[in-house]
Design a protein around this ligand. Sequence first.
Ligand SMILES: O=P(O)(O)OC[C@H]1O[C@H](OP(=O)(O)OP(=O)(O)O)[C@H](O)[C@@H]1O
Ligand SMILES: Nc1ncnc2[nH]cnc12
Length: 174
Amino acid sequence: MKKLEDYVISIPDFPSPGIIFRDVTSILQDGEGLHLAIDQLLEMVKDVDFDVIVGAESRGFIFGMPVAYELHKPFILARKPGKLPRETVSMDYELEYGTGTIEMHADSIKPGQKVVIIDDLIATGGTVEAIAKLVEKLGGQVVKICFIMELAGLKGREKLAGYDVESAIIYEGK
Ligand SMILES: O=P(O)(O)OC[C@H]1O[C@H](OP(=O)(O)OP(=O)(O)O)[C@H](O)[C@@H]1O
Ligand SMILES: Nc1ncnc2[nH]cnc12
């Protein structure tokens, strides 16, 4: 039987020299790969007491939403700047190849809510660290952070020290 990592195609030097791009679309374009990915995320949160799932634009939406749907939980979008129509909170962060800003609706997390954050991949950890800070700014508590893939060589976990972090696939390098 194929494991989740068997579905991942890695592309050297994309989008710039030195980056090995771990292409999540290669999981999604196989029905069994997609099913396995969502099942593994469901397994990660099965014993976690939480209220809300937050997904990171855009690939985090793909993986967070089916988990929220299956567990009858709300799904909150952490989006790139200028996309959310109502009052937002915003945080800047650094990426493996660039910088970014992430926003959430100011009313999306209620004080005291327990939050699971889902994204496809952790590289430097900047994106999800920024989202965790936004959740906390809104009074939420981050109880678990789940990834499909982790690039351990970029040490993103160090940025997320103190959080319960789990990844389905861990690549030792970048
Ligand atoms: O751990 P980090 O260094 O923050 O990098 C990981 C983030 O980078 C990618 O998203 P990207 O911003 O490229 O957006 P996309 O999902 O819309 O392609 C990926 O989907 C993660 O969200
Ligand atoms: N190396 C990588 N592969 C796929 N997505 C990424 N996002 C940031 N770094 C990445």
